[in-house]
Design a protein around this ligand. Structure first.
Ligand SMILES: Nc1nc2c(ncn2[C@@H]2O[C@H](COP(=O)(O)OP(=O)(O)OP(=O)(O)O)[C@@H](O)[C@H]2O)c(=O)[nH]1
Length: 613
C-alpha cells in the first residue's frame, strides 16, 4: 500500500473548503468573508450563467434546503488594496492632529441618507400560496440582486457605507416588521442620524401602516443638552415620530467594573431609565385597544422591588415565555393584517448592531433574557418574549442599512467592526481630533519618552510637541505595555485597536451634533428638560457623592480588567466579570491604584484615571 503523502494544515483547510463548496453545490470559488468583493468580479460573467447558479452566488447564500450552514449569518466585508492601506498609514504617521471645531461635528440626516440615492431597504417580493418554498426563495434572491444592482448603479464605488449583505438577515427584519404591531427603532444617542434611515421609517409608517417609537438609547453616554438637542432635531425632521430617551445602564457610564457590578446589584436590572416612557408611547399608539395595565403594574412593581441584597424581586423571577419561530414560518407567512391580535401588543426591537436592542429588552423584562455583547452582530436570530400577558417583545438581529456615512464614522459608531480593519491608525487620528484625548489618556509624547522625568526651568519655554495618530498609538502602547512578541517593540497596531474599542464602547466618547447645535448651545444648556434627562441618566448630586464613597471602598480592589483583550463576543456579564483576570496584570493594576476621590468623573469622556496610568 502506498504511503500517505504528508499534508500541511493549509492544504487540509483548502481541501475542506472545496469539499464544503461542492456540498453546497456551489462551484464558484472560496467562501471567504469578502464575498461582496467577489460578487463584483462574478457579475462580469453573469450573463453566461444559468439563473439558478447566478442567484446562488449572491453572497454565497446557503444553497440547499435543510442543510446546516455555519456561515449562514456571517457578515461580508470589502477588502482594501495594500497600496490604499500603506497610503493611509503614511498619512497617520505624518499628519499633525488638529482639533476639530464643534461646528464640524454637526451632521445632517440628509447628508447620510440622501433621498435620491436609492438607499432604501430590500423589500420582500410578493408571493402566493401556490409557490413552492424553492420558488419563493429564488424570487427573493432575484429581487435582492436587483436591489443591490440599483444601489450600486446610483452610488459610485467607495461612496456607500458598509452594509448588511446577507439576505438571511434581511429576511429576519422582514419577519419582525411583519409580525410586530409597533416598532421600537433603537439608535445610539451618540450618533442617532447615522442609524435612522428615513426610508425605513417611511416603509414602516406608510406601507406597513405601523407606528415607530424611536428609542434614543445609551443616553448615559451623552451630555444632557446634546440629548435634548437631538430629540428636538429629530422631532423637527419627522413630526409624527414618537421619541423616547433610554439607558440600560443609568449612572454606570463613569463607574469602574466593580462599581458597575454593585450598581447593577443595588439597582436591579429593571432600573433602566426610560421604560415608563416607552410604555407611555405605546399607550398613546394603542389608544386603549390593548390593555397595558399589566405592563404599568410591572414597571411600578420593578421600581419598588429594589432590594439591597440584589436579588431580583418576585416578578422578575417569573418565567418569561419565549417563542422561537421556524424557518418555514419565516418564509411562508404574511404580514399580520390584524393589529394587536388576541389583545396582545407585539413590539419589534430593530436597529443597527450594538445599539443596545437586547439590553433594552432585558431592561424592560427586568432581568437578563437575551444575551448582550460588546461585539456588534451578536444577535443572529430573532426571538420573542412575553413581557406581560398582553405585551410581547421581539428581538431582531442588528442590521446595517446602506448609507453615505464616511468610513471613519462608521468605525467609531460600531457600524464597521474594528476587528475587520486593516489600518486602524487613521481612525485613531479622526477620534483624537474630536475628543480631548490628551487630557483623558494622559499620554507622554514618544519623543519625550527618554527625557528626564522632572522638567528643568528651561523646558517650560519649549513648545508642546505636536501629535500624529501614530504618536498617539505609540504612546498608548507604551502606557499599556503593549509589546510585539518578536522584537518587543511598542505594539502600535494593538494600541490603535484598543483605542478604537474604547471609543465604540463609549469610554472614549465621541458624540456627533445635530445641525445648528454649536450656534444654539446656550439654549440647550439651559433647557427646562435638563433635570429630567440628568435624572434618567442616573446622575444626581447624591449619586455622585455615593459613588465617591463607593470608590473609596473599592479602591483597594481597583482591578479593572483589560477588557479589550478579552473575547469580545463573550456575553457582557461574563465578559466584564474580571474573575479570570491575569494575575500579573492584576498586581500591576494594584500598584497604580488611584487615590480615593481622584477619579476623573467626566461622564462624557468616561475613561477613568486608573485606566490611563
Ligand atoms: N453605556 C451604555 N451601554 C449600553 C447601553 N445599552 C447597551 N449597552 C452596551 O452596548 C453593547 C451592545 O448591547 P446589546 O444589547 O448587545 O446590543 P444589540 O443592539 O442587541 O447588539 P447586536 O446583538 O449586535 O444587534 C453592550 O456592551 C451593552 O452593555 C446603555 O444604555 N448604556
Amino acid at each position: 500500500m502506498p504511503r500517505k503523502k504528508p499534508f500541511s494544515n493549509k492544504q487540509k483547510k483548502k481541501q475542506l473548503q472545496v469539499k464544503r463548496e461542492r456540498k453546497r453545490g456551489d462551484g464558484s470559488g472560496p467562501s471567504s468573508r469578502n464575498a461582496s468583493v467577489e460578487r463584483g468580479a462574478e457579475r462580469q460573467s453573469d450573463t453566461s450563467d444559468s439563473e439558478a447558479a447566478d442567484i446562488r452566488r449572491i453572497n454565497q447564500q446557503p444553497g440547499r434546503e435543510g442543510r446546516h450552514d455555519p456561515n449562514r449569518f456571517r457578515l461580508h466585508f470589502e477588502r482594501e488594496t495594500k497600496e490604499e492601506v500603506e497610503k493611509r498609514k503614511k498619512v497617520a504617521r505624518e499628519k499633525i492632529l488638529q482639533p476639530v471645531s464643534e461646528k464640524e461635528m454637526e451632521i445632517n440626516i440628509g447628508d447620510i441618507y440622501p433621498a435620491d440615492k436609492g438607499l432604501g431597504i430590500p423589500r420582500r417580493p410578493s408571493w402566493t400560496y401556490d409557490m413552492t418554498r424553492e420558488q419563493l426563495l429564488r424570487k427573493e434572491e432575484k429581487s435582492y440582486r436587483e436591489y443591490l444592482d440599483d444601489l450600486h448603479s446610483r452610488n459610485p464605488p467607495g461612496s456607500l457605507s458598509h452594509f448588511e449583505h446577507n439576505l438571511e438577515t434581511w429576511r429576519q427584519l422582514w419577519r419582525v416588521l411583519e409580525m410586530s404591531d409597533v416598532i421600537l427603532l433603537i439608535v445610539d444617542i451618540r450618533h442617532p442620524v447615522l442609524q435612522f434611515p428615513p426610508t425605513l421609517y417611511s416603509y414602516i409608517t406608510e406601507e406597513l401602516r405601523k407606528q415607530v417609537v424611536l428609542v434614543l438609547n445609551k443616553a448615559d453616554l451623552c451630555p444632557p443638552p446634546l440629548v435634548i438637542a437631538w430629540k428636538h432635531y429629530l422631532a423637527s425632521q419627522f413630526p409624527h415620530l414618537l421619541t423616547v430617551c433610554f439607558t440600560s445602564h443609568p449612572g454606570q457610564a463613569y463607574a469602574t467594573v466593580l462599581q458597575k457590578k454593585r450598581l447593577r446589584k443595588k439597582a436591579g436590572c429593571g432600573q433602566a431609565g426610560g421604560p415608563t416612557d416607552i410604555m407611555k408611547a405605546c399607550r398613546e399608539i394603542t389608544a386603549g385597544k390593548v390593555d397595558l395595565a399589566s405592563w404599568e403594574k410591572k414597571i411600578n412593581r420593578d421600581a419598588v422591588a429594589e432590594r439591597p441584597d440584589g436579588e431580583p424581586a418576585g416578578d422578575a423571577l417569573d418565567t418569561v415565555l419565549m417563542e422561537h419561530l421556524s424557518d418555514a414560518a419565516m418564509e411562508m407567512s404574511r404580514p399580520s393584517e390584524e393589529l394587536y391580535k388576541d389583545g396582545i401588543l407585539t413590539l419589534g426591537c430593530i436597529g443597527f448592531p450594538n445599539v443596545g436592542k437586547s439590553s433594552v429588552i432585558n431592561s424592560l423584562v427586568g432581568r437578563k433574557v437575551v444575551s448582550v455583547s460588546r461585539t456588534p452582530g451578536h444577535t443572529k436570530y430573532f426571538q420573542t418574549y412575553y413581557l406581560t400577558p398582553t405585551v410581547k417583545l421581539c428581538d431582531c438581529p442588528g442590521l446595517v442599512f446602506p448609507s453615505r456615512v464616511d468610513k471613519q464614522l462608521q468605525i467609531l459608531a460600531g457600524i464597521y467592526p474594528v476587528s475587520q480593519l486593516q489600518e486602524p491608525y487613521s481612525s485613531v487620528g479622526y477620534l483624537c481630533e474630536r475628543t480631548s484625548f490628551l487630557s483623558l489618556l494622559k499620554l507622554k509624547h514618544p519623543s519625550l519618552e527618554d527625557a528626564p522625568k522632572h522638567h528643568s526651568l528651561g523646558d517650560y519655554d519649549k513648545p508642546e510637541p505636536s501629535w500624529t495618530a501614530w504618536d498617539v498609538c505609540e504612546a498608548w502602547a507604551e502606557k499599556r505595555c503593549y509589546k510585539t512578541a518578536k522584537a518587543a517593540r511598542n505594539d502600535v497596531y494593538r494600541a490603535a485597536n484598543s483605542l478604537l474599542r474604547l471609543a465604540v464602547d463609549g469610554r472614549l466618547c465621541l458624540c456627533v451634533r445635530p445641525p445648528g447645535y454649536s450656534c444654539l448651545k446656550g439654549h440647550w444648556e439651559n433647557h427646562p428638560d435638563l433635570p429630567e434627562i440628568i435624572a434618567l441618566q442616573g446622575r444626581t448630586e447624591g449619586d455622585e457623592a455615593g459613588e465617591r464613597e463607593e470608590e473609596e471602598e473599592l479602591e483597594e480592589s481597583s482591578t479593572e480588567p483589560e477588557e479589550e483583550e478579552r473575547d469580545r463576543d463573550a456575553d457582557d456579564d461574563e465578559d466584564r466579570d474580571g474573575d479570570d483576570e491575569d494575575e500579573g496584570f492584576r498586581e500591576s493594576r494594584k500598584k497604580v491604584a488611584v487615590p480615593p476621590g481622584n477619579l476623573t468623573v467626566n461622564m462624557f469622556n468616561v475613561l477613568r484615571e486608573n485606566e490611563c496610568e
